[in-house]
Design a protein around this ligand. Structure first.
Ligand SMILES: [Zn+2]
Ligand SMILES: [Zn+2]
Ligand SMILES: [Zn+2]
Length: 289
């Protein structure tokens, strides 16, 4: 069986790090030193020997994410073989624009999405041009129905609760020849989900989970907003729930908001997370699947 890799293309919340119009310490540091930049959360499944790769979420940073991936794996000139989309928020699908006529002008790249997102892409400009000109071919996915991606690689959508203004929201369970990975970059809360994260986590080898905020104190700048309305689980809460699983599952955090103290220069919060047995996903991190 040939090698299959999973690459973290990006690990920031939708707007990336630096965040537009923000001059917080994390953002200023990322402006001054490109090593600290983070692009919007996205993954790629790569089969380097076959020269094939698949994209999970097409972010506004897709152009630079593609360059990094292609140059790391001798895939220069090789367009992605398919795209899977989690949902219709701005960090997760606008990269599709680079498949269109003004850019790569791809031919019939399969794009797997839920039915609401399909309708949006088919009926609203500028996305409707991609389907009209067959730069992309939409393929419908649904909760718990696996898609066979490559020999030995299957991907199963897992529907999750999230602010679904324009589309449903999926996470993905990616099963490779040797490892199973759960990817949930956006979810409103573990409690609102009909599945128990502890049980799902027990069945996989690696998790990459929504870590937009670290704790309620990140949100101090939001004033007196009701914390129950903040639509992401806190890292502190996720660590409490999954602490007992860190010996059997490698649990990574991703989708960091620019303000997240896990990204602070002093490294104190990052060390705390790591001393609890959890990991931070960084752009360019790769796993053998
Ligand atoms: Zn997001
Ligand atoms: Zn900032
Ligand atoms: Zn979202």
């Amino acid at each position: 069986m040939n090698k299959v890799l999973l690459r973290v293309l990006g690990s920031a919340q939708d707007a990336g790090l630096p965040h537009p119009n923000c001059y917080c310490d994390n953002c200023k540091r990322a402006m001054d030193d490109p090593k600290f930049k983070r692009t919007a959360a996205s993954l790629a499944i790569i089969l380097p020997e076959e020269k094939r790769w698949h994209l999970i979420d097409a972010t506004p940073d897709m152009k630079e994410q593609m360059i990094a991936l292609q140059r790391a794996h001798n895939l220069e000139g090789q367009v992605m073989n398919s795209v899977f989309l989690t949902h219709a928020h701005i960090g997760h699908y606008p990269g599709l624009m680079f498949l269109g006529k003004e850019s790569m002008n791809t031919k019939q790249v399969p794009v797997y999405t839920g039915s609401l997102m399909q309708t949006m892409l088919e009926t609203h400009a500028p996305w409707s041009q991609l389907t009209g000109l067959e730069n992309i071919l939409l393929k419908e996915i649904a909760h718990d129905i696996p898609v066979h991606l490559e020999e030995g690689v299957d991907i199963t959508p897992v529907e999750v609760p999230h602010r679904n203004e324009f589309s449903e929201t999926f996470g993905f369970c990616i099963e490779g020849p040797t490892k199973k990975v759960l990817y949930i970059p956006d979810i409103d809360s573990w409690d609102k989900w009909e599945q128990r994260i502890e049980e799902v986590c027990e069945k996989v080898d690696i998790c990459l989970l929504d870590a937009t905020f670290f704790s309620s104190s990140d949100l101090a700048h939001l004033g007196d907003r009701d914390l129950s309305e903040i639509p992401h689980p806190m890292i502190t809460n996720t660590m409490d729930r999954l602490q007992h699983l860190t010996d059997t599952c490698a649990i990574y955090f991703t989708h960091f908001n620019h303000s997240n103290p896990a990204l602070h220069q002093d490294g104190v919060t990052r060390k705390l997370i790591e001393s609890n047995g959890f990991f931070l996903a960084d752009d360019g991190l790769e796993f053998v699947l």
